[in-house]
Design a protein around this ligand. Structure first.
Ligand code: PLP
Length: 345
């Protein structure tokens, strides 16, 4: 996002560096406490600290849960299109990735997922499913009813749902984020302050197991926490503890930016189809009617000098699409859409 870093984070990190306190972390407890207070305040979620583990980042957390729930050669099911590392990372650790298409409206297709669960666990094999909650790239915020249906289907087949909640605090008015483990005691949620406060360079994240999934976090290698830096913990702790006012200023600005993008696309890209994101600062735009092939982002970069995320990086269903990051100033967004339109004309 094109935003200045939240002042409490700047202060916490500056004080730390000025004091020369740049060594190892003593413990993850303050981070867990700050996150838990944030989760209780924003979502009414009472996090059980004994079920929480601090890990280097969200992807490391997802990887650790995959390692704990499926042996190599077994299946990770991925609603698609979705954030690219959901495909790449499980493959890197020897799992088979099985994409399941979202519905035409970009929502979870629970009956199709359940079919994939049944196939994946046939013959006594194990499977997990990676959920993007809210969903990157569509910005869909899964409803409680959708998550409950998913949880029931997963329970019927012994599949573990791993919920990546990287964008959870960034929900626009009208939608409500539901922490996955609130609806599924067998599931696992993974969160951090990185996306919300623009702190991806300060690596830390938290894995919270549902009450019936304690064995999953207990199976994490003890060395996992060694990848978490002290300065990162301090930065993200400050964000969760003191970054609420900054977030409350950011959210209406992001919603305005989203609405501006919707208007700009309607005006300048009449053939584009864009789902209005219910969350975060990313928009998933179907540009296939412009005839620019599977990867319109390549043409737009070359001709318009605007960098979008390539749709095909989001797996099957991403062809002809591009992902726009709209967390920028109105003038920049306006100029970007004008250039995209000119490039596709
Ligand atoms: C859905 C989702 N998960 C995970 C990440 C990466 O998080 P981390 O850097 O903590 O691994 C991102 C970053 O864009 C994301 O969008």
């Amino acid at each position: 996002m094109d935003v200045p870093v939240a002042e409490p984070v700047v202060r916490a990190v500056s004080d730390l560096v000025a004091a020369g306190d740049t060594g190892y972390p003593a413990s993850p407890d303050e981070y867990v406490a700050a996150f838990s207070a944030f989760a209780a305040d924003r979502w009414g979620w009472q996090v059980d600290a004994t079920l929480a583990r601090v890990v280097p980042d969200i992807l490391a957390g997802l990887g650790a849960v995959i390692e704990a729930t499926t042996p190599p050669g077994d299946t990770v099911i991925v609603p698609s299109p979705v954030y690219g590392p959901f495909f790449r990372n499980p493959r890197l650790i020897g799992r088979v990735v099985e994409p399941v298409a979202l519905t035409a409206g970009g929502r979870l297709d629970v009956p199709a997922l359940e079919e994939a669960f049944a196939a994946a666990v046939a013959g006594g094999r194990r499977a997990s499913v990676l959920l993007s909650n809210p969903h990157n790239p569509t910005g869909v915020v899964h409803t409680r009813a959708e998550l409950e249906a998913l949880a029931a289907a997963a329970a019927r087949h012994g599949v573990v749902v791993i919920s990546d909640e990287a964008h959870a605090p960034l929900v626009h008015p009208g939608a409500t984020f539901v922490p996955y483990v609130e609806v599924d005691p067998r599931g696992v949620s993974v969160l951090s302050a990185a996306k919300t406060w623009n702190l991806a360079g300060f690596k830390a994240a938290i894995v919270v197991a549902g009450p019936e999934a304690r064995a999953i976090v207990d199976a994490f290698p003890v060395t996992l926490f060694n990848g978490v830096g002290h300065v990162s913990l301090v930065a993200q702790t400050a964000a969760f503890r003191d970054g609420g006012p900054w977030l409350d200023e950011l959210l209406p600005a992001l919603t305005r930016s989203r609405d501006l993008l919707v208007d700009l696309v309607a005006e300048h890209l009449p053939l584009a189809r864009m789902q209005v994101p219910e969350s975060t600062y990313l928009a998933w735009v179907d540009l296939s009617a412009y005839g620019a092939g599977d990867d319109p982002a390549a043409l737009i970069l070359e001709r318009g000098r605007v960098a979008l995320s390539r749709g095909t990086d989001f797996g099957p269903g991403g062809e002809g699409h591009a992902r726009v990051n709209f967390a920028t100033h109105p003038e920049i967004l306006t100029e970007a859409v004008r250039r995209i339109a000119a490039a596709l004309a």
